[in-house]
Design a protein around this ligand. Structure first.
Ligand code: ADP
Ligand code: MG
Length: 566
C-alpha cells in the first residue's frame, strides 16, 4: 500500500512519491513525467489517456477532450462518442492512469493520494477534485493548495526565521498568486488571489490570432485540421521565443497558398502586453490582502510551465526589482511538493513535519436588510467570514428584527464577494421563529464555523430564549450524491481502458495518423505505406519485428516533425 502525490493540472498531470532518497517523480509508460490531461475514445470504445489522446485532438476532435479542469465542480456534460462524462469523471480517468503508472513503477498497490488544486478553487471545485480521486479508487488523504505544495518543494519550511514568500503560478489555464508565511515550521497561507481563466494557452492563442490577423486570414477560413495545425505551431513558436536569439516561425499551406511567418521576441512582448497587465491585478490584491509591503517578501517563486517564457520572468523582475527563484523545473514543482507532503503523511522520520494552515478562499456571509430613507432594502450581503481568513474559523454576529411583532427571521447563507446577494452563490437557508416583540427588540446570534475540510456549519441562537438551530452545508449544488457516486464508480470501472503495454505502439499509430492528415503528396503516401507496414507487423504479433519497425517508424516521424513542412 502506498501514498502518492498528484498534481492534477489543466494541461499536464504528474505523480510523485516519497522514497528513501527523498521525493521522486514517477514516469508514465512512455517514460515522461508529464501526462497530458487529455482523454480520447477509440473505435473500440477504449479510453485513451495522455499523450496518445493528445495526438488525437487533431485527428479525432469529436472524440477527444482537453482542459476539462476548467469545468471542475460544474454540471457540464462532456460527450465523447456514445459516452457522457462530468468533468470530475474525466479527471478520475487521468488519476486512474497516474495510479496505474505508480503501481507498475513501485510494484505495490496504491490506495491513497494527496491531490493539489489551484489555491483559488472554491469549495465545490475542491470537492469535485476529491470525488475524482474517489472515482479512481483512491482515498484522498488531503487536498493541498498548489502554491503550498510548491513552497514545500522549495524547502521553504526549512527556513529559520520568519519569512514571507510570493508564489507565482502560471499554468496552462490558471493563474494563482499566493503569499505564504513560514514561522517556526508553521506554514501559513496569508492570502491568495488569481484568475481561473488566464494561462499559458492564452499566450498561444495570442500568437495564433496574430498570425491570422497579419496574414489577413479569418478563423472561418480554416477547417478544423488547419486550425489545429496552426495552433500547434503557435505553441512551438511560443517555446522557440524562449530560446535565445530565436524568432518563432509558423508555416502552413491554406487553399494552396503557402504562408511563412516570423515573430520576434520584441513583437511578442508587445502583443502580449494586455495579458501581462492582467497578471498585475491578482498580485496587487494578494499583497493588499496579506497586509504586507512588497519589500517584506523574502522570495518570489515561479511555478507552472508558462513561467518559462522570458517575458514573464522579466515582468516579475521589473515589478519586484529582483530576480525570481526558479531553480526547480516549474512544470514539476507542485508534484514534488505533493510527493513530499505524502512523505510527511506517512510520518517518514527523515522529514520534519510541518503544519499547514489554509485560508478560506472566498467570503461567507448572510443576507440582511439595510435601512434606506424609506425603510428597509433586502438583498444585501453581510460578510461573516472574510476571504483569506485562516481556517478552521468560527465567527459570530448579532442581528435584530426589523418589523414590529415579526415572527420569523430568514437567514440566507451565501458565498461571494458582491455587495448584493443576488450576485453571490446561495448555499442554504435557515428559518427561525422569534417571539413577537417591537422591531429591534428581538435578536439572533448567527455563528459561522468553517472547518479544515471546507465544511460550513451555521448556527442561529435566539438571544431571548437561548433556542438554537443549525445547518451543515456540506453538499454543494451541482455535486453527486453518495448513491450516484457508487453508481458512477461502477460505470467508470466497466470502461475499457486501453492496455498500458500497447500504449507505445498506439502512440506511433496516432502520431502517424496526425502526420498523414497534416502532410500532402509524396510524404503522405510514404506515411500511409509505413503505417500499413507497421499494422501488418502488429497483426503478425512477432515482437522482434514489431520493435524493429517501430524504431524506424519513430525515426521517420521525427525527421518529418523536425522538417516542419506541414
Ligand atoms: P497546468 O498546471 O495548467 O497543467 P503546466 O504547469 O504544465 O500547466 O503548464 C502548461 C503551460 O506551460 C502550457 O500553456 C505550455 O504551453 C506552457 N509551457 C511549457 N513549457 C514551456 C516553454 N518552454 N515555454 C513557454 N511555455 C511553456
Ligand atoms: Mg499546475
Amino acid at each position: 500500500m502506498a501514498l502518492i502525490g498528484i498534481d492534477l493540472g489543466t494541461t499536464n498531470s504528474l505523480v510523485a512519491y516519497w522514497s528513501e532518497d527523498g521525493v521522486k517523480l514517477i514516469p508514465n509508460v512512455l517514460g515522461s513525467n508529464l501526462t497530458p490531461s487529455v482523454i480520447s475514445i477509440d473505435d473500440n470504445d477504449e479510453i485513451l489517456v495522455g499523450e496518445v489522446a493528445k495526438q488525437r485532438l487533431l485527428t479525432h476532435p469529436q472524440l477527444t477532450v482537453a482542459a476539462f479542469k476548467r469545468y471542475m465542480g460544474t454540471n457540464k456534460v462532456i460527450k465523447l462518442g456514445k459516452f457522457e462524462f462530468l468533468p470530475e469523471e474525466l479527471s478520475s480517468l487521468i488519476i486512474r492512469s497516474l495510479k496505474n503508472d505508480a503501481e507498475s513503477f513501485l510494484g505495490v498497490k496504491v490506495e491513497e493520494a494527496i491531490i493539489s488544486v489551484p489555491a483559488y478553487f472554491n469549495d465545490t471545485q475542491r470537492k469535485a477534485t476529491k470525488r475524482a480521486g474517489e472515482l479512481a479508487g483512491l482515498k484522498v488523504e488531503r487536498i493541498i493548495n498548489e502554491p503550498t505544495a510548491a513552497a514545500i518543494a522549495y524547502g521553504l519550511h526549512q527556513q529559520k526565521d520568519e519569512t514571507n514568500f510570493l508564489i507565482f503560478d502560471l499554468g496552462g489555464g490558471t493563474f494563482d498568486v499566493s503569499i505564504l508565511e513560514i514561522f517556526e515550521n508553521v506554514m501559513e497561507v496569508k492570502s491568495i488571489a488569481g484568475d481561473n481563466y488566464l494561462g499559458g494557452e492564452d499566450f498561444t492563442e495570442l500568437i495564433f490570432k496574430h498570425f491570422l490577423a497579419e496574414n489577413n486570414l479569418a478563423e472561418t477560413d480554416l477547417d478544423e485540421k488547419t486550425r489545429s495545425n496552426i495552433w500547434k505551431q503557435a505553441e512551438v513558436c511560443k517555446r522557440q521565443l524562449g530560446e535565445s536569439e530565436k524568432n518563432g516561425v509558423i508555416s502552413c499551406t491554406i487553399n494552396d497558398k503557402l504562408y511563412e511567418w516570423k515573430l520576434s521576441a520584441a513583437e511578442f512582448e508587445n502583443i502580449a502586453k494586455p495579458l501581462i497587465n492582467r497578471l498585475r491585478l491578482p498580485i496587487e490584491r494578494a499583497i493588499r490582502d496579506a497586509a504586507i509591503n512588497p519589500d517584506q517578501l523574502d522570495e518570489i517563486i515561479l511555478v507552472g510551465g508558462a513561467t518559462k517564457m522570458p517575458l514573464i520572468r522579466s515582468f516579475i523582475s521589473k515589478l519586484f526589482g529582483r530576480f525570481p527563484s526558479c531553480h526547480l523545473n516549474p512544470d514539476e514543482v507542485v508534484a514534488l511538493g505533493a510527493g513530499i507532503q505524502a512523505g510527511m503523511k506517512q510520518r517518514d522520520a527523515a522529514i520534519k513535519e510541518i503544519v499547514l494552515t489554509d485560508v478560506c478562499p472566498y467570503t461567507l456571509g448572510t443576507e440582511v436588510a439595510v435601512q434606506t430613507g424609506s425603510g428597509y432594502e433586502k438583498g444585501h450581503f453581510h460578510p461573516i467570514i472574510e476571504r483569506n481568513t485562516i481556517i478552521p474559523v468560527s465567527r459570530i454576529e448579532r442581528f435584530y428584527t426589523i418589523s414590529d411583532f415579526q415572527e420569523q427571521v430568514r437567514v440566507g447563507i451565501y458565498q461571494g464577494e458582491s455587495r448584493l446577494t443576488d450576485n453571490n452563490i446561495k448555499l442554504g437557508e435557515l428559518v427561525v421563529n422569534v417571539p413577537p416583540a417591537p422591531a429591534g427588540k428581538e435578536a439572533i446570534d448567527v455563528r459561522y464555523t468553517y472547518d479544515i475540510n471546507g465544511i460550513l456549519e451555521v448556527e442561529v441562537t435566539i438571544v431571548s430564549t437561548g433556542q438554537k438551530q443549525s445547518i451543515v452545508i456540506e453538499e454543494n449544488p451541482g455535486l453527486m450524491s453518495e448513491a450516484e457516486i457508487k453508481e458512477r464508480l461502477k460505470a467508470l470501472e466497466a470502461l475499457k481502458i486501453h492496455p498500458r503495454d500497447k500504449t507505445e505502439n498506439r502512440l506511433l499509430l496516432a502520431r502517424g495518423e496526425r502526420l498523414y492528415e497534416e502532410t500532402l503528396g509524396e510524404t503522405r503516401n510514404q506515411i500511409a505505406a509505413a503505417l500499413i507496414e507497421f499494422e501488418n507487423a502488429l497483426n503478425s504479433q512477432d515482437e522482434k519485428q514489431i520493435k524493429k519497425i517501430a524504431k524506424s517508424l519513430s525515426e521517420f516521424f521525427e525527421r518529418l516533425e523536425n522538417q516542419q513542412q506541414f
